[in-house]
Design a binder for this molecule. Structure first.
Ligand SMILES: NC(=O)c1ccc[n+]([C@@H]2O[C@H](COP(=O)([O-])OP(=O)(O)OC[C@H]3O[C@@H](n4cnc5c(N)ncnc54)[C@H](OP(=O)(O)O)[C@@H]3O)[C@@H](O)[C@H]2O)c1
Length: 319
């Protein structure tokens, strides 16, 4: 159950920035946290919200490079569904003029997660084939754009024929798994060679099929488990492909790792967000008073991209 409540204003500690939030976005993790299946890390606020856009309200001691009034977007360990949130300055990015706060709120979690996988862990070479599962999700839509910007050729999966149609101009091919199977279709689309990278937001339900259509020496980047966490896997299948499997999370990383990731993405990604080569996909924007509806949309797998919550005064007073 989600309720709107009064909390004391957060105070920025040394090295932190206090942000006046105008928009946040809903992540699958928020739904799981609400359901009690994804507790916040120790010491983190129990207010939901892993990202936010707004303006700098106040700087903690020692923060440089930002000033009160700057438009910013931030990766958060929690607390984004609130009017004010304090977060380490290393997790904050300036917002390019081309993005309003609604679009900016859709950037941090999706793009930083996808960048961690495709920009840092296993960057594809130009011309490589990248298979993105659940490609209509927030992370999936960002991964498609990042892969394309890196020169890769993308194949997207979605279980929805309607979303497949909407993804058509975002990937070279869109595959709708049949009874959870897609390897044969993907292998045929790559002339029998297979894909070099799999960005896997689904997990157990797709892992064996992903291995079947992986090119020799390919890399599976496991980011999510919406399709389950247990799989019966013959390790020989990994050896046969000389495959690499990497699992990655953002939220639990040490602050310095998050700051390095944010700095790295900001250098590569902000110019591309500024000139439109990267463009966040926002499915819908709702006032925060309709947060339950926003969660229902995500739980029902409706969105193409992100559902954003507005926290402007109007949006709060609608309760
Ligand atoms: N590791 C990290 O640091 C990190 C960070 C952010 C997100 N994530 C993970 O990344 C994934 C995407 O997050 P998001 O918030 O962007 O997600 P989202 O918008 O909620 O979308 C998830 C998508 O997964 C697909 N899906 C749901 N259940 C499925 C199932 N049983 N089998 C196959 N596909 C299924 C649906 O796509 P279709 O209906 O189109 O098939 C759904 O739209 C989630 O697993 C999330 O936990 C991980």
């Amino acid at each position: 159950m989600l309720t709107l409540a009064e909390y004391p204003d957060p105070v920025p500690g040394p090295g932190e920035i206090l942000i006046r939030v105008s928009a946040t976005a809903v992540n699958r993790a928020d739904v799981l946290q609400r359901q009690g299946r994804y507790p916040p890390p120790p010491g983190t606020t129990d207010i939901l919200g892993l990202e936010a856009a707004g303006t700098v309200e106040r700087l903690g001691s020692g923060v440089t490079g930002f000033a009160p009034g700057d438009r910013v977007m931030a990766l958060l360990a929690g607390g984004g569904y609130a009017e004010l949130v304090a977060t380490p300055a290393g997790q904050v990015m300036h917002v390019p003029d081309a993005l309003d706060d609604i679009l900016a709120a859709a950037v941090p979690e999706a793009y930083l997660t996808a960048w961690q996988a495709l920009g840092r862990t296993a960057p594809p070479q130009p011309g490589d084939r990248v298979l993105v599962h659940a490609a209509a999700s927030g992370v999936g839509t960002a991964a498609l754009q990042i892969a394309r910007e890196l020169g890769a050729r993308c194949i997207a999966t979605t279980r929805s024929t309607e979303k497949a149609w909407m993804l058509e101009d975002r990937a070279e091919h869109v595959v709708v798994p049949i009874n959870g199977e897609f390897a044969e279709q993907v292998t045929a689309l790559t002339d029998g060679r297979g894909v070099d990278r799999v960005v896997d937001l689904v997990g157990a339900a797709y892992l064996r099929e992903s291995l079947r259509c992986l090119a020799t020496g390919g890399h599976i980047l496991l980011i999510g488990m919406v399709g389950g966490r247990r799989v019966d896997l013959d390790l020989g299948e990994l050896f046969a492909k000389r495959a690499t499997l990497t699992a990655s999370t953002l939220r639990a990383r040490p602050l310095e790792e998050k700051a390095a990731l944010v700095a790295d993405f900001a250098e590569w990604g902000l110019p591309r967000l500024a000139d439109g080569r990267l463009r966040p996909t926002v499915h819908d924007m709702l006032p925060v008073s309709r947060v339950q509806d926003a969660h229902r949309m995500v739980e029902a797998n409706e969105p193409l991209g992100k559902v954003v919550l507005s926290l402007t005064a109007d949006a709060i007073q609608e309760r």
